[in-house]
Write a protein that binds this ligand. Structure first.
Ligand SMILES: Cc1cc2nc3c(=O)[nH]c(=O)nc-3n(C[C@H](O)[C@H](O)[C@H](O)COP(=O)(O)O)c2cc1C
Length: 334
């Protein structure tokens, strides 16, 4: 007989726990908030697949960012299971013949997960993408060491693109935006996914910035602009910019990058910092080559992240919407 709070060693988490955890994991960041994942729970194991209907053929033709997004939801789910007392043994790419089948998770009771897990799980609901200009990140030097340590188990490097490379990076950001400006398919996708309200996906108007605000951020994707406003009027962006890199270019590399991205974003949120993933610069081959040249080890750049401090006197940014769990989870009988 187990108490209500003691995980059942025979069966793994019950359906209610799976629902609670995956509802929280839905808060994971994803490219254009596409939420391109699908979970199946068979009563014992949990399986993660990409959702092929949520590809962005013009923006992300190889599915790199789709898989990175799935890596982020995988790490969010594992963090939340740990906070509920479940260790997750994860097999990545369990069937090499099915590249959409990203992970299979088995469970073991984990009554005492490491310190910090509960806090990181709490941060899942607090994290937001902040596209406004930011102050420098407080406590940066100490934090940087932790961020690198969180990335390394995922075979992902984290390099700071320091002040000396900032002008070059801003130039690459502008070049990538210019290359996309007259790409009709890219623009169609962007306007399909961004700027709408009242739908459970995409980047809502409330998460976008006005032209006047965007003018003070030198490294950022051009989204449809929000109506005129001048939030953080005194600020020009002083965020640190880091690049996540892999040792190669494949689905497992992208999955690990997403897991590292999630770990980094949650750690930054725990430290009271604001973050914004920026990937238009790593979408096109020319941009990836140019960013690789800025990195010390010539890692394959996968994503760039702005990390800074939001002014403390502001209300929290509103959360972006998510699809209902029923749309992303199938529960099968064992
Ligand atoms: C792989 C990936 C790529 C992303 N690229 C960008 C980007 O280029 N610019 C940006 O402003 N946000 C980017 N984001 C952030 C998403 O737009 C954001 O996670 C999504 O809209 C949900 O909002 P939230 O993070 O506030 O929950 C990216 C996120 C992921 C996971």
């Amino acid at each position: 007989m187990t108490s209500p709070n003691t995980p059942d060693i025979r069966t793994g988490p019950d359906n209610d726990t799976v629902l609670t955890v995956l509802r929280l994991a839905q808060r994971a960041p994803s490219v254009h908030n596409t939420q391109p994942w699908h979970w199946t729970f068979d009563g014992i194991r949990l399986h993660l697949h990409t959702d092929p209907d949520r590809m962005l053929p013009a923006t992300d033709p190889h599915g790199r960012q789709q898989v990175i997004s799935c890596g982020a939801v995988l790490h969010h789910a594992r963090t939340a299971f740990a906070a509920h007392g479940w260790h997750t043994d994860t097999t990545r790419m369990p069937d090499p013949h099915r590249p959409n089948y990203l992970a299979a998770i088995e469970f073991r009771p984990w009554p005492n997960p490491p310190a910090g897990v509960a806090t990181r799980a709490e941060m899942i609901a607090r994290r937001r993408t902040d596209r406004l200009p930011l102050l420098p990140p407080q406590g940066w030097n100490g934090l940087l060491h932790s961020l690198r340590k969180l990335a390394s188990p995922h075979e992902t490097t984290l390099d700071v693109l320091d002040k000396s490379t900032r002008a070059r990076l801003a130039g690459l950001s502008a070049q990538a935006a210019a290359a996309r400006k007259h790409d009709d398919m890219y623009q169609m996708e962007l306007h399909w996914w961004a700027g709408h309200s009242g739908v459970p996906e995409g980047v809502p108007r409330s998460a976008l910035v006005s032209d006047a605000e965007f003018a003070r951020v030198d490294v950022g994707r051009v989204f449809p602009s929000a109506p005129h406003s001048v939030r953080r009027a005194e600020l020009t962006d002083q965020a640190e910019v880091v690049a996540l890199g892999s040792t190669g270019e494949s689905v497992p590399h992208w999955l690990h990058t997403g897991e590292a991205l999630s770990a980094i974003l949650l750690e930054c949120t725990t430290a009271g910092l604001a973050t914004c993933a920026v990937t238009h610069v790593t979408e096109l081959a020319a941009g990836r080559r140019a960013i690789a040249d800025l990195l010390p080890h010539h890692a394959v750049p996968q994503a760039v992240i702005r990390i800074g401090t939001a002014p403390s006197d502001e209300p929290e940014l509103p959360p972006t919407p998510r699809r209902p769990l029923a749309d992303v989870l199938t529960i099968r009988r064992p």
